[in-house]
Design a protein around this ligand. Structure first.
Ligand code: NDP
Ligand code: OXD
Length: 307
């Protein structure tokens, strides 16, 4: 019988175990405990190194998130395939979160919320849509969906990826050489790239200063993409007009972090696209069976590129 181990930190295991057992009646699904017999497959989220040390023959580990930066810090046998969630209900959530943040900034909705406290009636005129180009860093499963959703509101949309892309209605840029042109064409910057050695700290004073004046930053990827002090300096200088941040270097965001109280920063607690349990279980079960048949699955992590 195929053995499937569940090893996810900060996760309520029982509903996952029930769901996995229902979706994979042919498998022996169990909550991993140190010293357990070795498994064939694993469902993981931020597992300890000890888990992989005890699983030299693991065929595949299914990460119950889209980002694998935490997983790739561990020593994992090269023969173990790493498989991440692709979409599984996250793309629609990400599209609604990002569109909401863009429209809030474009229509000045924070201004109305603030003046409502004092009973003031003070309409403001939004800029022309052509003066509010949106740039999406990362045109993968989530970024491509976000780009199409933003397009529906008729904002000009730019996209930037590692390799060249052609997406309907999107001005596509790729590679480091085209990053300056992408930034110069962008006022609202949405970060949806994976955290890798190439992308750590990519949102810094040098890159953010290249955005159009009145720029807005929306970071929904990983906190370590952003140099916090550089963002604060550009908000305070007035070059940037606002930021919506869902991810942070340290999570939960420490109570004394200036982001909490900055008038131009909106903080949310890493909720822009949450893992949906049932859709994830369905995807994992399908992928496990596909791998058992010896076929390839979507969402395979390329360890060399780090995502
Ligand atoms: P994908 O792997 O599908 O897409 C990643 C995209 O980033 C690709 O377009 C890729 O380019 C591009 N990219 C990677 N490295 C670089 C680079 N060095 N320069 C330029 N572009 C680069 O990932 P997803 O869309 O599924 O997820 C993106 C990230 O979103 C995750 O890694 C995770 O960190 C974050 N996330 C956050 C969540 C939240 O709740 N806040 C929830 C889910 C995910 P190419 O197409 O050429 O390969
Ligand atoms: C993910 C996340 O990577 O939740 O899926 O951030």
């Amino acid at each position: 019988m195929t053995r499937l181990a569940f090893c996810c930190t900060n996760t309520n295991a029982d509903p996952w175990l029930d769901g996995l057992r229902a979706a994979l009646p042919e498998a022996d699904v169990s909550l991993w405990r140190s010293g357990d017999p070795v498994a064939d497959y694993a469902v993981v989220w931020a597992p300890p190194q000890d888990f992989f040390d005890q699983q030299p023959g693991l065929k595949a580990a299914f990460n119950i998130g889209a980002g694998v930066d935490a997983l790739l810090k561990l020593q994992i046998a090269p023969t173990t395939l790493l498989v991440r969630l692709d979409d599984a209900g996250m793309a629609a959530q990400m599209a609604e979160y990002v569109c909401h943040a863009i429209i809030r900034a474009y229509r000045g909705l924070d201004h109305y919320a603030a003046i409502a406290q004092t009973g003031r009636w003070q309409p403001i005129e939004p800029p022309a849509r052509t003066d509010f180009p949106v740039g999406i860093m990362g045109l993968g499963v989530l970024g491509a969906r976000v780009a199409q959703a933003v397009r529906q509101f008729e904002f000009p949309v730019n996209g930037w990826s590692r390799t060249a892309k052609a997406l309907d209605g999107i001005e596509c840029f790729h590679g480091r050489a085209q990053l300056p042109a992408f930034l110069a064409a962008t006022r609202v910057l949405v970060c949806l790239i994976p955290l890798t050695p190439d992308t750590r700290g990519i949102l810094n004073r040098h890159t953010l200063a290249q955005l159009r004046p009145g720029g807005v930053v929306i970071n929904v990827a990983r906190g370590a993409h952003l140099v916090d002090d550089d963002l604060l300096a550009l908000l305070d200088s007035g070059h940037l007009s606002g930021a919506t941040l869902d991810v942070f270097h340290t999570e939960p965001l420490p109570a004394d972090h200036p982001f909490w109280r900055h008038p131009k920063v909106t903080v949310t607690p890493h909720v822009s696209a949450q893992t949906l349990r049932q859709q994830s279980i369905t995807q994992i079960a399908q992928k496990l069976r596909t791998l058992e048949r010896g076929e390839a699955v979507a969402g395979m992590v390329d360890r060399a590129s780090g995502y």
